[in-house]
Ligand binder design. Structure first.
Ligand SMILES: Cc1cc2nc3c(=O)[nH]c(=O)nc-3n(C[C@H](O)[C@H](O)[C@H](O)COP(=O)(O)O)c2cc1C
Length: 143
């Protein structure tokens, strides 16, 4: 049991959909999950009080979205050390964002990361639903 915060940064809905599926997986496993758009995370307090943090961004022009970069700087000011962590994102061909988020969480926030980053071209194709829900289940199992 525990509470997870899933934060997504996207533009056309795919990363948001993955965020929702990860949250479903967390809940299936018996934990709580809140899903928020990165634009709703404005102050340090907005990140307080969770046992797991799952951050995701779509990749645009080889990078994570600006909102997620800004939020990671905000997260640096909090103490998330030892909390469970995960990273995800939709991508088209190169998919830099999930790996960058994963590495930043591991090295700077010092969260206890699950597996590797979850990268999906589409939540709805090629087993995406199961993979995203499975990622959420793996997060919850670490809680
Ligand atoms: C202008 C533009 C630039 C993009 N740049 C990249 C890129 O550099 N690498 C990549 O893997 N995908 C890139 N994509 C594809 C998006 O990551 C992909 O469409 C993704 O599903 C969008 O997620 P979202 O719906 O959460 O915004 C780009 C898409 C657009 C429209």
């Amino acid at each position: 049991m525990g509470k997870a915060l899933v934060v997504y940064a996207g533009r056309s809905g795919e990363t948001e959909r993955i965020a929702g599926l990860i949250a479903e997986g967390i809940r299936i496993q018996g934990s709580e999950a809140s899903v928020v758009n990165v634009t709703e995370v404005k102050k340090v307090d907005d990140l307080a009080g969770f046992d797991a943090y799952v951050f995701g961004s779509a990749t645009y022009h080889g990078e994570m979205m600006q909102g997620m970069k800004t939020m990671l700087f905000l997260a640096e000011k909090t103490d998330l050390e030892g909390k469970v962590g995960g990273a995800f994102g939709a991508f088209g061909w190169s998919g830099e964002a999930p790996g960058r988020i994963f590495d930043t969480m591991k090295n700077i926030l010092k969260t206890d990361m699950v597996n590797g980053p979850l990268m999906l071209k589409s939540a709805l194709l090629g087993g995406g639903i199961e993979m995203a829900q499975g990622y959420g289940k793996d997060i919850a199992k670490k809680l």
